[in-house]
Write a protein of this length. Structure first.
Lengths: 374, 336
């Protein structure tokens, strides 16, 4: 015998009916989405960026008249804290008006909240959760960030094409860093190359010199790196100080104008894959960048806000397709059907697991600018 | 005496009635997963705060790494459940014992340290355990964290409803706090307080101070481990980031705001610091500032805590009938 909801509630038979959950939004009122993100705390700068991006996307969508009813987004602050993230997920799931959720920022919080969305049956689309198992949790999880299963393989092939065989790999000690190394190393081996050195470092490491020395002892043809721009700038500066000229390849996580500002000339010649270039010629990127600059006093948007902008738009398109039957199930099904969505971070489709497949662009730093590699 | 017994019984029954009848009835009536989540979180943190109170408030050892033992418990429960098929029934005590065992090992060299040196040592221990959880990928899965899909199973019964989970958490937290209450409101608790006041003097009086400190540290870690197992089972996913230094500070803040040395104070502190940020969700981004102000002013105006040690001890003696009386004319002292 299991102590199911019903038997436990037998004690409280009078109130048992309250737990029944019919989840269909009214077809004539506004459609609501939930967005959980860190608006305060250590990672607030990212969450505030996502909020601005979401507001731009939402304003344009509601003005476009694609949907007869307006869409509204309810923002909740998670502080990048799993405790709060789970409580918010529960709150969204309880709110019968909300048909789908966006967020969270970090993998830890997204994964913890995912357990709630999975149980309740509500689609969750994260713009940044990079944990290798995130989208595999259930059919309800989606993300709008390239995984290393795609990016690592792409980079390994790129390096093979450039004739680089012996490669040293370093990555930050996070779930994402783990996947950077794993997926890349497998493809290098498959291409007949060799990973001669692997090391993980903890985020915010101030001194990379001992790692750089160890890398040099292994005599690699190139270095593949899994870091964000803060660590990247430190690493590149110290490479320069030690006069190490081995070419460095990196992922789209390193893509940020701040990398060039912090590392200065040391960033020159860095190779990396990107999905979003704010100086791109395409029409939708220009629109987004202009609106962002207007909202943010002239600053350029980075990779993450662009991903958030696309995530919100992908979700809004799914809602529009689901209309007038905007149930949680229907929105999830329409979200899963997303193919060739023309976003600012490249053409995006979801595979059967809810992983984003994106067009990647090869880029390098020349004269303090990120430019595409021909 | 009989009047005391009646008031004591009424209060105990009132607390149990709220925890096991009124509150769950209200939760079931409202039927919101969000409220269940917040209430269970408040319960888990009450246990964490009370367990830290034993070491920091009562034995007077400033402990800056409590979240690490909470993490050890969570990891033992989650890994046992996810990888070895050891369910909640066995995983829960294992989590507590594992945390206590690690506490024993790290306590041996550190317990002869005093005051700020001990605090820095616990800071180091907390960071070491955090980094082990983060970097020992083969065992802890490192930053990938652990997903625990099995729900709570209790001697073969699977508890999958919100209400059932609430009852399990409330029962375990209640029983654990009761144990710590009995330990601290007794001659054993008095011995711990004597360490805090003057451990050399306590030593001279024949109290084995090092042994007592190690015991208090282990008991505290045991219950932190239990709280960790409850967190792992109620969220289904844990990662090292849940147990970093800021979590230790949060628990310490609960203890200090509630009142150092006061068990009911620790519970009040935990309720305040978990429920207030959630209750203020409506006011937007400034809610953290408001929480900060509340903490600041509560320390400014009530430096001994919202429910300080002296009133708490008097309250426990009077209301829980724990005091004995040797002379009817004098104030009641001692413990039953």
């Amino acid at each position: 015998m299991t102590m199911s909801r019903r038997t436990t509630l037998g004690l409280f038979a009078g109130v048992a009916g309250m737990l029944a959950v019919p989840a269909a939004a009214l077809a004539d009122g506004p459609v609501y989405l939930g967005y959980q993100l860190p608006l305060t705390g250590n990672t607030a700068q990212y969450g505030q960026d996502f909020k601005t991006a979401a507001e731009i996307a939402l304003k344009d969508f509601n003005a476009s008249g694609k949907l007869k009813v307006p869409v509204e987004i309810i923002f909740e602050d998670s502080r990048s804290d799993a405790k709060e993230g789970v409580a918010i997920a529960r709150k969204f799931v309880d709110d019968k008006r909300i048909v789908a959720a966006l967020g969270d920022f970090t993998s830890t919080v997204s994964m913890a909240a995912a357990q709630v969305y999975q149980r309740a049956g509500m689609a969750q689309l994260s713009q940044t959760a990079s944990h290798p198992d995130y989208a595999k949790i259930s059919e309800w999880q989606f993300r709008n960030i390239t995984t290393q299963a795609q990016e690592g393989v792409y980079n390994a092939d790129w390096m093979t094409q450039n004739g680089l065989k012996k490669i040293a790999v370093i990555a930050e000690q996070t779930d994402w860093g783990q996947s950077v190394v794993k997926d890349f190393a497998e493809q290098v081996k498959a291409n007949g190359g060799e990973v001669v050195f692997t090391e993980f470092f903890n985020r915010g490491l101030p001194d990379f010199r001992s790692i750089i020395t160890k890398i040099e002892r292994a005599k690699p043809d190139a270095i593949y790196t899994g870091f964000f721009y803060e660590d990247g700038a430190q690493f590149l500066k110290q490479m320069k100080q030690l006069n190490v000229e081995t070419p460095v390849y990196s992922t789209s996580a390193a893509y940020n104008q701040k990398l060039v500002e912090l590392a200065g000339p040391a960033a020159e010649g860095l190779f990396l894959t990107v999905t979003f270039l704010p100086n791109s010629e395409s029409e939708n990127v220009k629109t987004f960048v202009d609106e962002w600059k207007a909202a943010r006093g002239g600053a350029e948007p980075g990779q993450f806000p662009a991903q958030a902008y696309d995530a919100v738009n992908i979700m809004l398109e799914a809602v529009a397709r689901a209309y007038p039957d905007v149930s949680r199930q229907n929105v999830r099904d329409e979200l899963a059907k997303t193919t060739d969505f023309p976003g600012v971070t490249g053409v995006t489709s979801f595979d059967e697991n809810g992983e984003a497949l994106k067009q990647l662009t090869k880029a390098t730093v020349t004269d303090g600018q990120f430019v595409p590699v021909k | 005496m009989s009047k005391d017994l009646i008031t004591s019984a009424v209060l105990k029954i009132a607390i149990l009635a709220v925890l096991f009848a009124a509150l769950p009835a209200l939760l079931a009536y409202l039927g919101q997963g969000y409220l269940y989540q917040v209430v269970m979180l408040a319960l888990i943190f009450s246990l964490l705060a009370v367990s830290l109170q034993l070491v920091t408030g009562i034995a007077g050892l400033l402990h800056l790494g409590h979240a690490a033992f909470y993490g050890v418990g969570a990891y033992i429960a989650a890994l046992a459940g996810a990888d070895y098929g050891i369910g909640f029934t066995l995983g829960l005590p294992l989590a507590g014992l594992g945390a206590a065992a690690i506490a024993f090992v790290v306590a041996l060299p550190t317990m002869r340290l005093v005051s700020i040196y001990f605090a820095v040592a616990t800071l180091g221990i907390g960071q070491m355990i955090f980094l082990v959880l983060q970097n020992w990928v083969e065992v802890t899965k490192g930053p990938n964290g652990v997903m625990l899909f099995t729900g709570i199973d209790l001697f073969g019964y699977t508890v999958d409803s919100e209400l059932g989970t609430y009852f399990v958490v409330a029962t375990i937290v209640c029983a654990s706090i009761w144990v710590i209450h009995r330990l601290s409101h007794s001659y054993y608790g008095n011995a711990l307080r004597s360490l805090r006041e003057d451990d050399q003097c306590a030593d001279a009086m024949g109290i084995d101070t090092v042994r007592l400190k190690i015991e208090a540290f282990m008991i505290s870690s045991f219950f932190a481990g239990i709280a960790g197992a409850l967190w792992a089972y109620t969220t289904g996913y844990i990662s090292p980031m849940d147990f970093d230094f800021s979590e230790s500070i949060l628990i310490l803040a609960m203890v200090v705001v509630g009142g150092l040395g006061s068990i009911p104070g620790a519970v009040i502190g935990a309720l305040l610091l978990i429920l207030l940020p959630e209750a203020l969700r409506g006011v937007g981004d400034i809610r953290n500032i408001i929480v900060g102000f509340v903490l600041f002013f509560s320390i400014l105006f009530l430096p001994k805590g919202l429910f300080g040690e002296v009133p708490a001890l008097n309250f426990i003696r009077r209301q829980f009938g724990s005091a004995w009386q040797d002379n009817p004319d004098k104030q009641k002292v001692g413990w039953k």
